[in-house]
Design a protein. Structure first.
Length: 241
């Protein structure tokens, strides 16, 4: 015969004089909706779909970290020795990695915020343009000024174009945008390596390969810029009908 279950057996917390909740611990109770600290901590890593994301979250932290790394990268580039160049390469590579991570986290964990929408592209463009300018200042890389000017004009022009088109329609990202970013980063990484110190005999061939890659970067950069212009013209015609 089954014996009647006592209230203490059903709720062990009652034995200690505490209002226990079956299947929950004190730590779990702290994550209840009424606990602001728990909400803030949980919101830092992600929020459910439909809930607003806090500005203080992991994606925005990575974006801010990338902004902080830019002046560090610039300082290292002005230090004329091989260890500093390797350090600059590492900082740029890490900053580029955060560019990939913050976007993935923001989209995957519902952490998209107005701050992130503004700061992320600023950090991306500032990092790449700073690298282009600093590389163009290096001996033997005068041709990087051509790449730098074209990329700068393209980025500023397309940004202004997209802002002007906001009242008409939202322009989707160019299909070649990711390819543009990848080729630009690869070019920068190749040129950041201190080849004369690492492999002096290989530098002439690498220099030629870098020029070819730079031509590819310019082609993709200009091509994606023209794609935005075509989109703007098409959307303008569609809305004017």
């Amino acid at each position: 015969m089954n014996e009647p279950t006592s209230p203490a057996a059903e709720n062990p917390g009652a034995m200690n004089g505490q209002p226990g909740v079956s299947g929950q611990s004190g730590v779990e109770n702290s994550a209840e909706p009424g606990n602001p600290a728990a909400q803030s901590k949980a919101g830092f890593w992600g929020v459910p779909v439909g809930q607003p994301a806090p500005n203080w979250n992991i994606a925005n932290l990575l974006t801010v970290l990338r902004l902080v790394m830019i002046p560090v990268f610039i300082w290292l580039m002005f230090v004329s020795n091989s260890p500093a160049r390797w350090a600059a390469l590492a900082v740029f590579a890490l900053a580029s990695l955060t560019d990939k991570l913050d976007g993935s986290l923001a989209r995957g964990r519902n952490l998209v915020t107005d701050f992130g929408k503004l700061a992320d592209p600023i950090a991306d463009k500032a990092l790449v343009l700073a690298a282009f300018v600093l590389l163009a200042l290096q001996p033997g890389l005068w041709w990087m000024w051509i790449v730098t000017v074209l990329v700068f004009v393209r980025e500023i022009g397309i940004t202004l174009l997209r802002l002007a088109m906001v009242k008409i329609a939202v322009m989707p990202a160019s299909r070649g945008g990711k390819l543009k970013t990848v080729t630009q980063i690869v070019l920068i990484l190749v040129l950041l390596v201190p080849w004369p110190a690492l492999a002096p005999g290989a530098w002439p061939a690498i220099h030629v390969a870098s020029v070819v890659l730079a031509v590819l970067v310019v082609g993709i950069t200009v091509g994606t810029g023209l794609d935005y212009v075509r989109q703007a013209i098409r959307l303008t015609h569609q809305t004017s009908r």
